[in-house]
Design a protein around this ligand. Structure first.
Ligand code: VG1
Ligand code: CO
Length: 543
């Protein structure tokens, strides 16, 4: 087993996006593609020599092969040890936890999250730092720089490592520890939440349906929700991870988790439903006939945090990504704590969590999390809701109605235009950018523009600045439209239009969100000329 140096050349476009490097699986499988990027990770982070890493992925097509390549490369690059999930499976939050509790130098997560998997779909690789969180921008820039000057990579000539049984094996001089992906994560959840109260809830006949969407959370949800908390067998569905996610789209929203939505809207449907995404860091929450938007869910968690043992002492602060609705801000105000506004992507929460400035964080895209790890955490959010439901002994719709009555309702929706021509999408954003200075005071579709800018974030902890993080237009009466281009797509551009309007009239708190947002939707079209630029009459996905 000798390390082997393979000559290579830089490959264009290996720039990590919102969450690691994502490409078509066939691109990742093309000669040297994965190897180049992994070598760049090592070189961009000071080399692998003597270091310990965590490795695992969401089980999508090529996960198993990629893990073997990365192990051989880590060994050839002199790593001391890799902790890897059995069968190379680890949810993103579980990987973050393993990095933290084992104090490793970082971890490599194989996932394209909510993007479909399979030979014709998507694959992804992301590096997490020693704090357990996604590599911050400074680090991903160094990795990207390294991809541009590679001349060779190192790999061991060796057979595949058996990852199907837990225990320790050697690969050359490197130790590999194969671990149960669920055990440490389940122990952590038990420390955070009131498991006894949730057990009592299930004993009382409370029914839930958790849809793992054929992705990585299945084994975690079965072990925790069914085995430990006593939900009846069958409460967790689509629980076996499959390489193509059962040909589905593991994105937990009303469109892609329609089966779950239908089940929860049936007359005799369960009391509570939830789903998570490919790599287990996102969540969807739905009560009986009551879908909870992710932005509202985050606000409800913050408002009820004292009911959870780990947060009973109060929250240090909260944070949300800029496009996420301001429902959280209202709760923070009433709690008298800080609410930070960051760019899209979990990497921007890391410093706030590390510095103890924020305890809870969240994004409109169905990611919520806390300082227990440095990733968003789907199952954690579901357990948080279960803990609240057990403590309050109310239904989801009762909890939402009380929340809106207390804080007002931020009607919210995101309209996605997918696989748009990149030049057309860039032209739309550039057109808006050019007009930012002129917009304030103008009227668009009958609404006055209060302010307009392009969001830039100054990290209060390390002073770094991240510019170009989305165009936002504030409208009279607390309305808002945000335009940004996705950083996780693999085909053309995805335009995301985020729409929000605040309602405090007690008689208008139960309206249909798309209807409540109609004036804002019209303003978005008038502002950006979406139809003209994209040639689309309607969004592909509305969440
Ligand atoms: C999307 C979401 C963002 C999320 C990111 C990674 O990014 O909007 O909120 O952090 O995906 O999520 P974008 O750039 O496509 O809008 V996932 O679950 O990779 O872990
Ligand atoms: Co994800």
């Amino acid at each position: 087993m000798t390390p082997h140096r393979v000559d290579t050349k830089p490959i264009d476009g290996q720039k990590p996006g919102t969450s690691g490097l994502r490409k078509k699986t066939s691109v990742f499988m093309s000669p040297h593609y994965l190897e180049n990027f992994v070598q760049a990770i090592f070189e961009g982070t000071g080399g692998a020599s003597g270091k310990t890493y965590v490795l695992g992925g969401d089980g999508r097509y090529f996960n198993d092969r990629a893990a073997q390549v990365i192990l051989r490369m880590a060994a050839a690059n002199g790593a001391a040890k890799v902790i890897v999930g059995k069968n190379a499976l680890l949810s993103t939050p579980a990987a973050s936890n393993l990095i933290r509790i084992n104090k490793t130098d970082g971890g490599i997560i194989l996932s394209a999250s909510h993007n479909p998997g399979g030979p014709d779909e998507d694959f992804g690789v992301k590096f997490n730092a020693a704090n357990g969180g996604p590599a911050p921008e400074g680090m991903t820039e160094k990795i990207f720089e390294a991809t541009k000057s590679l001349t060779s990579y190192q790999i061991l000539d060796a057979q595949d490592v058996d990852l199907s049984t837990t225990g320790e094996v050697m690969l050359g001089a490197m130790q590999i520890q194969v671990v149960d992906p669920v055990a440490d994560y389940a122990r952590m959840m038990e420390k955070i939440f009131d498991f006894n109260a949730i057990r009592a809830l299930f004993k009382s006949g409370f029914r839930m349906r958790f849809d793992a969407m054929h992705a990585v959370t299945g084994p975690y949800a079965r072990a925790i929700i069914e085995d430990e908390l006593g939900a009846p067998a069958g409460s967790v569905v689509n629980a076996v991870p499959s390489p193509d996610f059962g040909k589905g789209h593991p994105d937990p929203n009303p469109i892609w988790a329609k089966e779950l939505m239908d089940a929860l809207h049936a007359e005799d449907g369960p009391d509570f439903g939830a789903a998570s995404d490919g790599d287990g860091d996102r969540n969807m929450i739905v009560g009986h006939k009551a879908y909870v938007t992710p932005s509202d869910s985050l606000a409800v968690l913050a408002a009820n945090a004292k009911l959870v043992p780990a947060y009973a002492g109060g929250l240090a602060g909260v944070a949300r990504s800029m496009p996420t609705s301001k429902a959280l801000d209202r709760v923070a105000e009433s709690l008298g704590i800080d609410c930070y506004e960051t760019p899209t992507g979990w990497k921007f929460f890391g410093n706030l969590l590390d510095a103890g400035r924020a305890t809870l964080c969240g994004e409109e895209s169905a990611g919520t999390g806390s300082d227990h790890v440095r990733e968003k955490d789907g199952l954690w959010a579901v357990l948080f809701w279960l803990n609240i439901l057990a403590a309050r002994k109310q239904s989801v719709s009762e909890i939402m109605a009380e929340h809106w009555a207390a804080y007002g309702r931020n009607y919210y929706s995101r309209h996605d235009y997918e696989a748009v021509d990149s030049d057309a999408a860039n032209a739309l954003v550039a057109g808006l950018r050019d007009r930012l200075g002129d917009l304030p005071g103008q009227s668009v579709a009958g609404l006055k523009v209060d302010a307009a800018d392009e969001f830039a974030y100054d990290d209060p902890v390390d002073g770094s600045r991240s510019a170009g993080q989305g165009i936002r237009v504030m409208l009279e009466g607390g309305g808002r439209v945000v335009f940004r281009l996705s950083g996780t797509g693999t085909q053309g551009a995805t335009l995301r239009v985020y729409l929000e309007r605040v309602e405090t009239d007690p008689a208008r708190l139960q309206d249909d969100p798309q209807e409540a947002l109609a004036p804002i939707i019209a303003a978005a079209e008038a502002l950006a000329g979406i139809k003209e630029h994209t040639g689309r009459d309607a969004p592909d996905v509305i969440t």
